[in-house]
Design a protein around this ligand. Structure first.
Ligand SMILES: NC(=O)c1ccc[n+]([C@@H]2O[C@H](COP(=O)([O-])OP(=O)(O)OC[C@H]3O[C@@H](n4cnc5c(N)ncnc54)[C@H](O)[C@@H]3O)[C@@H](O)[C@H]2O)c1
Length: 463
């Protein structure tokens, strides 16, 4: 039935209150009760303990009713700790390193009840490090349960989250004092982070990354998530862990290809904001691949390339993440390499690793920057050579023109109708662009294909 014009005009009318009377309140707790006081009102002198909240309540009264506006600032505090010998029973970091307040720390160490911990571990990591982890908890008299799971991109789903939650519930944890511990690659950390954020609405958790990619990226921010309906990380949230404990020695057992995978994310930060990091990757990339980021030097030796590289990667990442933890600002340099790669990664699953897909995206975007006149020929060559030196793929047959366009349409949908495309404007500097034309993209694609296409394949027609 056609909607009448009268109904339409009614629908379109928004009733605006006339002359609303606005009062702003702050919140004060006296003894145990919170109450509102008008912003300009003085807080009365009292013997009682008074707490003033940062929260505000605004009240607006008009001829059509009343509304309250609530401003409730929530801040997060979490620690990223680099340590060595995390699994040495004498190192208490894994048990207590997340506690910031000295008084709380003392209480936790001296508590009479036995310590309990629920640990979720990637099953391959369990094969390598499981016995050390068990010894650690046994030596520290901790009652523990280790849930060893196949945490892969294919199993990164809500089903796995629910099975973790079932086990957490069966084990029973004290939400205040017994953080869940996740030990594994980015997939494991993302799944456990989501499970912890759902259990009793927010249960503290600790991340122990065991791959290079998780070390420099997946474990330093707030995000968690799982794949859903064939879409990458479609379900998830922004609940940071209470702490991340970094120990580079885990990285020694990951295959060489996985080191390259992590180097892809490090290169992202280098290209976006740190020329020095780019130079480190160019000069020492092969050495770091060969030595799997292990070095005989202790944490104090700043001359060490692997140490410098991971620290710069983490610090540049934290600079970009901390002021925008919930990604309210959609202009994010850390999105470089993440415009096309989610579509590509899911399409070819499991043939490309995350950092590899990111690198293919970055290689294409390097050509976009070049075609836009942001990079010189030498800089473009330098970047592609560096990628190849890090043994990262710079081309993939499935990253064709059709996929690129589809991915960018998705990007527009999720970024408020703007492309917000981070592009390098030199080595170690970048800006966000909203006006890259289809013509520029097409020219970039053709040049990229002609210079980077590796295998002998059919030509990809530009539709
Ligand atoms: N939350 C975030 O901010 C964020 C950021 C970047 C990436 N991610 C996510 O991270 C995931 C990729 O992480 P990843 O690259 O670590 O992959 P991964 O977790 O799949 O690990 C890769 C493989 O390495 C194995 N492995 C892990 N540690 C090992 C070790 N020490 N020795 C031997 N084998 C080991 C795992 O069993 C797995 O087979 C993606 O799902 C991505 O979405 C999340």
């Amino acid at each position: 039935m056609p909607v009448s014009e009268e109904v339409l005009s009614k629908k379109a009318t928004t009733v605006m209150p006339e002359n609303p009377r606005q009062t702003d309140f702050q919140l004060v707790r006296v003894k145990s009760t919170w109450c509102r006081i008008k912003k300009e009102e003085a807080i009365c002198n009292s013997e009682d303990k008074i707490t003033i909240s940062q929260a505000k309540i605004g009240k607006s009264v008009s001829d059509i009713g009343i509304s309250w506006t609530i401003e409730a600032p929530i801040s997060f505090c979490y620690k990223v700790v680099e340590t060595c010998s995390l699994l040495d029973p004498a190192n208490s970091t894994l048990l207590f390193g997340h506690i910031i307040d000295p008084q709380q720390l003392e209480m936790a160490i001296n508590r009479e009840r036995e310590q309990r911990r629920f640990i979720v571990m990637d099953e391959i990591v369990d094969e390598y490090y499981g016995s050390k982890v068990r010894k650690y908890f046994e030596a520290n008299n901790v009652h523990y349960k280790i849930l060893s799971l196949p945490t892969t991109e294919e199993t990164k789903s809500m089903d796995l989250v629910l099975s973790i939650l079932q086990e957490v519930h069966n084990f029973g944890i004290d939400r205040r004092e017994e953080p869940i511990i996740a030990i594994g690659g980015g997939v494991c950390l993302d799944i456990v982070g989501l499970a912890a954020s759902l259990y009793r609405r927010r249960t503290p958790y600790i991340r122990v990354p065991t791959t290079l990619l998780a070390y420099v990226d997946a474990s330093v921010g707030a995000k968690n998530g799982v794949n859903f309906l064939q879409c990458k990380n479609k379900l998830g949230g922004y609940t940071p862990p209470v702490a991340t404990f970094l120990d580079r020695s885990f990285i020694q057992t990951i295959p060489r290809r996985h080191i390259s995978n992590g180097l892809g994310e490090i290169l992202k930060m280098a290209l976006m904001k740190h020329k020095g990091l780019f130079d480190l990757l160019k000069s020492h990339g092969k050495y770091m691949l060969d030595t799997k980021f292990q070095s005989q030097n202790g944490l104090v030796n700043h001359g060490d390339a692997a140490l410098k590289t991971t620290r710069l990667a983490i610090e540049t990442m934290l600079e970009e993440l901390a002021p925008n933890l919930w990604e309210d600002d959609l202009d994010r340099l850390v999105d470089f390499g993440h415009l096309i790669s989610p579509e590509l990664e899911m399409k070819v699953l499991p043939s490309l690793m995350h950092g590899e897909a990111v690198n293919i995206d970055m290689a294409f975007m390097t050509y976009v920057a070049y075609e836009r006149g942001l990079l010189t020929t030498e800089e473009k060559t330098d970047i592609i050579q560096c990628m190849k030196g890090l043994e990262l793929p710079v081309w993939h047959e499935d990253c064709n023109w059709y996929l690129i366009k589809k991915a960018l349409v998705e990007r527009l949908k999720h970024c408020g109708g703007q492309m917000r495309m981070p592009l390098p404007t030199g080595l170690g500097m970048a800006e966000i662009f909203n006006d890259i034309s289809e013509d520029t993209l097409e020219r970039a694609y053709k040049l990229w294909a002609s210079e980077c296409k590796t295998a002998v394949e059919e030509d990809f027609p530009i539709h």
